[in-house]
Write a protein that binds this ligand. Structure first.
Ligand SMILES: Nc1nc2c(ncn2[C@@H]2O[C@H](COP(=O)(O)OP(=O)(O)OP(=O)(O)O)[C@@H](O)[C@H]2O)c(=O)[nH]1
Ligand SMILES: [Mg+2]
Length: 415
C-alpha cells in the first residue's frame, strides 16, 4: 500500500525503446512526472523492433497493459479507485517517456480509455504549474500552441505526401486544417502582441542598465541557480529539488569593489527540450543573449556522464539562442555533498572536458566563501584581469559528444 496525496494524479508510464528514438533518463523522467503532480503507479518498457506508426508500441504490449489494468489499479482504494473506475480524465493518465505524434496520442487514448501525455506535454504541464508571472503564462500558452500546431502540421503534410492521389482526403484535410490554422493564427497574434509589449518594457529596463555589467546565471534545471541568487542577494525565491521551479527571470543589482553589476536567474534547461518551447521562451532567454558574462552552473554531485550530458544540453541551448561570444565563468556547485575521496579525480575529469584555460570555481551555492570567490572572479573577468573563454561553437560540442560516447561505453562495460 502507498499513501496518495489527494491532489495526486495517478500515472502509468510507458516507454518504447528503439535505436532511432531519443533515450531519456528514467530518474529525470520520474522527477518531471512528480513535478507535474503525478504519482507513478507502474512502469512498462518495450524494446521495439519496428515502430508502430499508429500506436508507437506494439499491439501485444498494449494488450498486456490493458489486461493488467485491473491488477495495476487494484492496489488503489477508496475514493481514488472510484474516480479511476469512472475514468475521469486527469485522475489516471498514461505518460509516455517518448515523443508522440498527435494521431498516436488520439489512438492510444481511445484504446487505453483515458488521457495520454508525452514527455513534451509533461514538461509544459510543469511550466504551467510554476508560471507565476504574466509573461511566463503567455510564453507557456504560446509554447503549447506552437507545439500542437507544428505537430498537426507535420502530421498532415506526412499524410498528404503518403496519399498524394487521395483527392477527397486532400480536400478535407486542407479544409479542416485551414480552419484550425486561422484560429491558431489569431490566438498566436494576440499572445505575441502581449508578449511584445512586455518585451518592450524589458528592453527599456535593459537599456537603462546597458552601461552596467550584466551577469546571467545559466545551467541545467536544478543545478542550484536560484539558490545561488538567494544566497548572493539574501532573497527568498523558491528553490526545490524538482525540475523547472523557476520559469521567469529575476534580476538584482549588486556591486563589487564599487563596480555596478546586475545578476539574473532564469529558466533552466533540459535534455531534448522541444524547439517550440525554446522559441516561446526566447524573450526570457534574451536576457542571457545580452549578458556580459555567464555563470554556467553545473550540479557537480551528479555522476560524471550525467554532468557531461547536462553540459552538452546547456551548450546546445546557448548556441541555439546565439549566446556564442559571451565570457563564461564555470561554477561546479554542490561540492559539499561529494565524498572527499572522489573530489580530486572528478575535478580533473571535468577539467578535461571544459575548454582549456576556462575559469572554473568549485563550491556550494550555500557557502559564503564560494560567493566571495565567484564575486572576485566576476570582477577580474569584467576588468579583463583574467582571460576568460567564451561559449563555443559546433567544434566544442563535437568534443563533448565524443567524451560522452567514451564515458557512456565505459559505464556500460563496467555494469
Ligand atoms: N547540497 C547542496 N544542495 C544545493 C546546493 N545548491 C542548491 N542545492 C539544492 O538543489 C536543489 C535545486 O536548487 P535550485 O536553486 O532550485 O535549482 P535551479 O537551478 O534554480 O532549478 P530550476 O529553477 O528548477 O531550474 C534545491 O533543493 C537546493 O536546495 C548546494 O550547493 N549544495
Ligand atoms: Mg530556479
Amino acid at each position: 500500500m502507498f499513501t496518495l496525496n489527494e491532489k495526486n494524479k495517478i500515472a502509468i508510464v510507458i516507454q518504447a525503446r528503439h535505436p532511432t528514438l531519443p533515450l531519456y533518463d528514467k530518474i529525470e523522467f520520474e522527477g518531471l512526472a512528480k513535478a507535474a503532480g503525478y504519482y507513478i503507479l507502474k512502469w512498462y518498457t518495450q524494446n521495439i523492433k519496428q515502430i508502430n506508426s499508429k500506436l508507437l508500441i506494439g499491439t501485444g504490449k498494449l494488450e498486456e497493459i490493458i489486461h493488467n489494468q485491473q491488477i495495476d489499479f487494484g492496489e488503489i482504494q477508496g475514493d481514488i479507485a472510484t474516480r479511476i473506475e469512472r475514468r475521469i480524465e486527469d485522475d489516471l493518465v498514461y505518460l509516455f517517456m517518448n515523443r508522440l505524434k498527435p494521431s498516436q496520442i488520439r489512438n492510444l487514448s481511445a484504446v487505453l480509455m483515458t488521457k495520454v501525455i508525452d514527455r513534451d506535454l509533461l514538461i509544459l504541464e510543469i511550466f504551467e504549474r510554476n508560471a507565476s508571472t504574466r509573461e511566463a503564462q503567455i510564453q507557456i500558452k504560446l509554447a503549447r500552441l506552437n507545439l500542437e500546431t507544428s505537430r498537426i502540421q507535420k502530421e498532415l503534410s506526412a499524410k498528404l505526401k503518403g496519399e498524394k492521389q487521395g483527392r477527397d482526403f486532400k480536400g478535407r484535410g486542407y479544409g479542416a486544417f485551414d480552419v484550425y490554422r486561422r484560429g491558431y493564427k489569431e490566438q498566436r497574434k494576440n499572445l505575441v502582441e502581449e508578449l511584445e509589449s512586455i518585451r518592450k518594457q524589458r528592453d527599456l529596463r535593459r537599456k537603462a542598465r546597458s552601461d552596467v555589467y550584466n551577469v546571467s546565471i545559466v545551467g541545467y534545471t536544478s543545478a542550484g541557480k536560484t539558490t545561488l541568487l538567494n544566497s548572493w542577494k539574501g532573497l527568498n525565491l523558491k528553490t526545490d529539488t524538482s525540475p523547472f521551479t523557476t520559469v521567469s527571470t529575476t534580476t538584482r543589482n549588486f556591486s563589487i569593489n564599487g563596480d555596478e553589476m546586475t545578476i539574473s536567474d532564469s529558466v533552466g534547461f533540459v535534455y531534448d527540450i522541444p524547439h517550440e518551447i525554446i522559441d516561446a521562451f526566447l524573450s526570457t532567454l534574451e536576457e542571457v543573449v545580452f549578458s556580459d558574462c555567464i555563470i554556467l552552473m553545473v550540479d557537480f554531485s551528479d555522476p560524471l556522464v550525467v554532468i557531461f550530458q547536462k553540459l552538452q544540453t546547456t551548450f546546445k541551448v546557448l548556441v541555439d539562442i546565439g549566446a556564442l561570444n559571451i565570457p563564461v565563468l564555470y561554477f561546479m556547485n554542490k561540492t559539499d555533498i561529494i565524498p572527499i575521496e572522489d573530489f580530486s579525480q572528478k575535478r580533473s575529469q571535468i577539467l578535461e572536458i571544459i575548454p582549456k584555460n576556462a575559469i572554473v570555481e568549485f563550491g556550494s551555492a550555500f557557502d559564503e566563501d564560494t560567493i566571495e570567490r565567484l564575486s572576485r572572479k566576476l570582477y577580474e573577468i569584467k576588468n579583463s584581469l583574467v582571460l576568460s573563454t567564451r561559449v563555443r561553437s559546433q567544434e566544442f560540442l563535437n568534443v563533448i559528444d565524443e567524451k560522452i560516447k567514451v564515458h557512456s561505453s565505459s559505464v556500460i562495460n563496467q555494469t
